[in-house]
Design a protein around this ligand. Structure first.
Ligand SMILES: [Zn+2]
Ligand SMILES: [Zn+2]
Length: 256
């Protein structure tokens, strides 16, 4: 499978780097988009057909989902490329209401997304199969209700990409990443989490620890904030993990 970073800027978009959004592509199947943060739709237009993708949300903080309102407009109203079928949408149980409010005409008029998406709520440990991939959500520690890490396995090859979403350190992240070929791991705290609140985000050092304990093939650091030192964050991850460590960047493509 192929993994493309549309954007991986932490907590908000940055110049040339949208908020969190990752496209998983498998041969002959619709794409699967993991999260859809600010700026994701513009980046997606450059390489993909936004109307031909399933959408999966790790959680519903705005930096991971806000561009879904624009995707609804594209899917419904593009004169040539509007969606011709419903695609799957996976995420927290309250996603239809949350997204409906993002696309609302007013406080009492949330949009009903069921015309263009078929929704399934994610529950920890319960795998869901989309075209070509199996997605298993793992509950994580983050303030947003029903936050999950997402383990994505290509059915044809067994290859695995794990995406942490946002989370403080918890062993469920190691479980979600066990033996993964590629780990997209948030590192919002920069090199080290000392002095930061618990149950919210990871540091580069913790990302390296998860990669080591899970035995992953490659570690890609994402969700680094524009004001953080990305190279110091990578060095901290490398102090824990002997494998390849990459700082994520918008437009990067990984063959998995
Ligand atoms: Zn975030
Ligand atoms: Zn978050």
């Amino acid at each position: 499978m192929q993994l493309t970073i549309l954007g991986c800027s932490g907590s908000l978009g940055a110049p040339g780097n949208p908020g969190s959004s990752y496209v998983v592509s498998t041969p002959g199947n619709p794409d699967v988009v993991l999260d859809f943060g600010p700026g994701a739709l513009a980046a997606m237009q450059e390489r993909f057909n936004p109307s031909e993708a399933h959408v999966v949300f790790s959680h519903l903080h705005a930096d991971h989902c806000s561009d879904i309102a624009s995707l609804l407009v594209w899917r419904r109203f593009h004169p040539e490329l509007a969606a011709t079928r419903r695609h799957r949408l996976l995420g927290p149980s309250y996603a239809p209401q949350h997204i409906g409010t993002l696309g609302a005409d007013g406080p009492d008029a949330p949009t009903d997304i069921s015309d263009t998406f078929e929704f399934t709520a994610l529950r920890g440990g319960e795998a869901v199969e989309l075209d070509g991939v199996r997605i298993t959500p793992f509950p994580v520690e983050h303030p947003a209700a029903e936050s999950h890490a997402l383990r994505v396995q290509e059915l044809a090859t067994g290859r695995v990409v794990t995406y942490t979403g946002d989370s403080g350190f918890t062993h469920s992240l190691v479980d979600a990443s066990l033996g993964a070929d590629l780990l997209l791991c948030e590192s919002a705290w920069g090199p080290d989490s000392a002095g930061q609140p618990a149950g919210m985000h990871l540091s580069g050092r913790e990302a390296g620890r998860i990669a080591r304990e899970a035995g992953v093939g490659k570690l890609v650091l994402v969700h680094i904030q524009p004001w953080s030192d990305a190279e110091a964050t990578r060095a901290a991850a490398e102090s824990e993990f002997d494998g390849e460590v990459v700082v994520g960047a918008a437009g990067a493509v990984f063959e998995v």
